[in-house]
Design a protein around this ligand. Structure first.
Ligand SMILES: Nc1ncnc2c1ncn2[C@@H]1O[C@H](COP(=O)(O)OP(=O)(O)OP(=O)(O)O)[C@@H](O)[C@H]1O
Length: 390
C-alpha cells in the first residue's frame, strides 16, 4: 500500500462523480481513491504496452503520471498502440499520449520526458515516482529499468509481448524477485527477434498492458495478491494463462550502480558483426536493380530470402523465393545452386539484413552474390510506390 498519509488529499465534487463506481467498491472506497490521487506512476515506453496501461491508469484517477519515450508515432504503430490516433502520425508519442490522457481525465498531472532512458538519466527520471511500469521492448532498457528500480527501491511492473504470447509480473516489490532473478543473463544478441521482425497480434499488448495497469492500481490501494513472485504467461492462440513461481536468487550479484547496458547485452559486438557481414558482400541499389531488370540482361537470378507470407504481401517482379531459414539449414543452399545454373546471384529481403546474412552463408558454399541495399522497402520508396511497405 502506498501513500499512507492522506490528510492533504481531498476529492472534488467532480471526483466523486467520476470515480463513483470505484467509491462503491469496499476494496477501493474513499481511501483507495485518495491513494490513487496521491500516487505517481512513471510509464517507460508509450508503445503497445504503454498505450493501454496509460489509458486505464489515467481513467482510474492516478494523480501524476510520467511518460518517457523518444519516438514518434508511425502508421505501423496504430494496429496496437491505441493511445495514438492517425492524426498523430509523425508527431512525438509522448505528446500524443498526453493529449489523449487529458481527454480522458483532465485532472491527471502528466510529466513528459522526450528522451531515451539511459544510465545517465534513469535515476533522476525515476526518483520522484512511487511506481515504475516498464512498457519497453528491448533487453538493455529492461535491465537498466530493473537496476535503477532496485537502487531506488521502487516496484517495477513488467510486461513483454511477442507474436501471440505475453508475460507480466511485478519486480522488486516487498522483498520479491527482480528481473535479474528471472533472466540472470541477457540472451545472445540477435537470438530473440523483435515484434518488428516477428510480428505481434495487435490485441495482445492490450491484454498484457491492462494486467500491468491492474497490478499498479492494486499496489497503490494495497488490495489483493500482486504478481510479485509469480510470472504470468499468456497464450492468445490457446487462450490460456499459466503461472511460474519466481524466487529471489540468494547468490544474485548485488546491484551497486548502473552500467553500460548495451555492452552488457552484447549489442555493439552484434552490430559490428552485422556491419562486417554487410561490408563483405557486394551491394547494388534498387535503382541499379531496376535498370538491370529493364535491360535485356538474362544472366542473373533475383533471389528473395524473406518468408513465404511476406512474399505474399509484396514482391519484386521476377524474384524467386528461397527463405533464409532454408538457406540456414542447408536445404536452400542446394536449391540456390540449382537455380543459378551458371547465372549470377542477386539477393534481397525486406531491408537488406537477412539477404546479407544469406549471402554470407552462400559465400561459404562457394556462391558469391550481390545484395540489394534497403531491400523491398527501398524498392517501394524509390522505384515502385505501388508495392506496399510493411
Ligand atoms: N530506452 C528507452 N527509453 C524510452 N523509450 C523507449 C526505450 N526503449 C524503448 N522505448 C519505447 O518503448 C516503446 C516500445 O513499444 P513497441 O515495441 O510497441 O513500439 P515500437 O518500437 O514503436 O514498435 P516497432 O518496433 O514494431 O515499430 C516504443 O515506443 C519505444 O520508443
Amino acid at each position: 500500500m502506498l501513500n499512507p498519509n492522506l490528510d492533504e488529499i481531498q476529492l472534488t465534487k467532480d471526483d466523486y462523480e467520476r470515480y463513483s463506481r470505484h467509491l462503491i467498491l469496499p476494496e477501493v472506497g474513499l481511501e483507495g481513491q485518495k491513494r490513487l490521487k496521491a500516487a505517481s506512476v512513471l510509464c517507460i515506453g508509450t508503445g503497445g504496452l504503454g498505450s493501454p496501461l496509460l489509458l486505464y491508469l489515467a481513467a482510474a484517477g492516478i494523480g501524476r503520471i510520467g511518460i518517457v519515450d523518444f519516438d514518434v508515432v508511425d502508421t505501423s504503430n496504430l494496429q496496437r498502440q491505441v493511445i495514438h490516433g492517425t492524426s498523430w502520425v509523425g508527431k512525438p508519442k509522448i505528446e500524443s499520449a498526453k493529449n489523449r490522457i487529458h481527454e480522458i481525465n483532465p485532472h491527471c498531472q502528466v510529466d513528459l520526458y522526450e528522451t531515451r532512458i539511459s544510465s545517465e538519466n534513469a535515476l533522476d527520471i525515476i526518483r520522484p515516482y512511487d511506481i515504475v511500469v516498464d512498457g519497453t521492448d528491448n533487453f538493455p532498457t529492461r535491465y537498466l529499468v530493473n537496476d535503477a528500480c532496485v537502487l531506488l527501491d521502487k516496484p517495477n511492473v513488467y510486461g513483454s509481448i511477442f507474436r501471440f504470447e505475453g508475460q507480466a509480473t511485478v519486480f522488486n516489490y516487498e522483498g520479491g524477485p527482480n528481473y535479474r532473478d528471472l533472466y540472470p543473463e541477457p540472451p545472445p544478441p540477435g537470438m530473440v527477434p523483435s515484434c518488428a521482425e516477428g510480428g505481434v497480434l495487435g490485441i495482445l499488448p492490450g491484454i498484457i498492458g491492462v494486467i500491468q495497469a491492474t497490478e499498479t492500481v492494486k499496489i497503490i490501494i494495497g488490495q489483493g495478491n500482486t504478481l510479485s513472485g509469480r510470472l504470468m504467461l499468456y497464450n492468445a492462440l490457446d487462450m490460456k494463462f499459466r503461472e511460474l513461481k519466481l524466487r529471489p536468487n540468494p547468490i544474485r550479484p548485488v546491484i551497486e550502480k548502473l552500467i553500460d547496458y548495451e555492452e552488457f547485452c552484447g549489442i555493439p559486438q552484434a552490430k559490428a558483426e552485422e556491419a562486417k557481414q554487410q561490408m563483405e558482400v557486394q551491394e547494388m541499389t534498387v535503382k541499379e536493380l531496376k535498370a538491370l531488370l529493364d535491360s535485356d540482361a538474362k544472366d542473373f537470378v533475383l533471389l528473395d530470402v524473406r518468408n513465404p507470407h511476406e512474399y505474399e504481401i509484396a514482391k519484386i517482379p521476377g524474384s524467386v523465393l528461397v527463405p533464409l531459414p532454408d538457406i540456414e539449414n542447408g536445404d536452400g543452399v542446394a536449391q540456390v545452386k540449382e537455380l543459378l545454373n551458371g547465372h549470377r546471384l542477386i539477393a534481397h529481403c525486406k531491408m537488406g539484413g537477412r539477404s546479407a546474412k544469406a549471402l554470407a552463408i552462400l559465400k561459404e558454399a562457394g556462391i558469391v552474390g550481390t545484395n540489394v541495399k534497403g531491400g523491398i522497402n527501398a524498392w517501394s520508396q524509390e522505384v515502385d510506390p505501388s508495392v506496399p511497405q510493411y
